[in-house]
Design a protein around this ligand. Structure first.
Ligand SMILES: *Cc1c(COP(=O)(O)O)cnc(C)c1O
Length: 223
């Protein structure tokens, strides 16, 4: 089942890339595995997936011992990082896509870990505004440049959820313009329902959960 879904998602990525005049290989598929057990991640790894996105430091920590042997796997944090969890996050992840303050960058630098960082932009209803101000973006970039272990490569965003993928487009376009303005080439944007639009707007990383693994398991209701 996962194999078929993975083929479908890869086909969607390839089609969207070709239609946009881009190379399918320039788009990295990140398998979003929050709420799924390590066994599912191992299955995905065996089918060739190497990039995994996790939302919660603690949840991932609990799964990590089963995943440590997956050579070449890259784990990226795509959920909010609290500054008191930076040390643990730096031990577990190769990438943090949700950096939103210079302070967080400095805490990550202090760990000495080699990490890829992206700045998370929360775009508001009026898509011209961003949660992280232009000023703040510059200060985050400066903080990252002071570190020899951190590599700040781009931006990440998650538009307000909508059934209509077209409604995500202005947010993705806005993220691309930020990437051009600041010379940070990577763009992590697009999920199960809107990855085509994201790729048309320049996504280099798409984060896909449901389309690969089905609906996320809900914690069973206690009687
Ligand atoms: C859960 C999640 C995804 C994946 O969403 P799907 O709709 O299941 O593909 C992507 N990005 C972030 C930040 C998420 O929290």
């Amino acid at each position: 089942m996962l194999r078929e879904r993975l083929d479908e998602v890869r086909e969607r990525i390839a089609q969207a890339a070709i239609q946009a005049g881009r190379k399918p290989d320039d788009i990295t598929l990140i398998a979003v595995t929050k709420k799924f057990p390590a066994a599912v991640m191992i299955q995905a790894y065996e089918l060739g997936l190497r990039f995994f996105g996790e939302n919660y430091v603690q949840e991932f920590e609990a799964k990590f011992s089963e995943l440590a042997a997956l050579a070449g796997a890259q784990f990226h944090l795509i959920g909010h990082l609290q500054s008191n969890k930076t040390k643990k996050a730096a031990e577990l992840f190769q990438g943090i896509q949700t950096v939103d303050t210079p302070k967080l960058v400095r805490r990550l630098a202090e760990t000495g870990a080699k990490l890829e960082l992206m700045i998370e932009i929360k775009l508001s209803e009026e898509h011209t505004k961003s949660g992280v101000s232009a000023d703040e973006i510059s200060r985050i970039i400066d903080a990252a440049q002071e570190s020899s272990t951190l590599s700040l490569t781009g931006f990440m965003t998650m538009p307000p959820w909508s059934d209509d993928a077209e409604l995500s487009r202005p947010y993705f376009a806005r993220l691309r313009s930020l990437s051009e303005k600041h010379g940070l080439p990577k763009l992590s944007m697009g999920m199960s329902h809107d990855l085509e639009v994201a790729i048309q707007e320049g996504a280099t990383h798409v984060r896909v959960g449901t389309a690969l693994f089905g609906p996320r398991p809900k914690p069973s209701a206690t009687q």
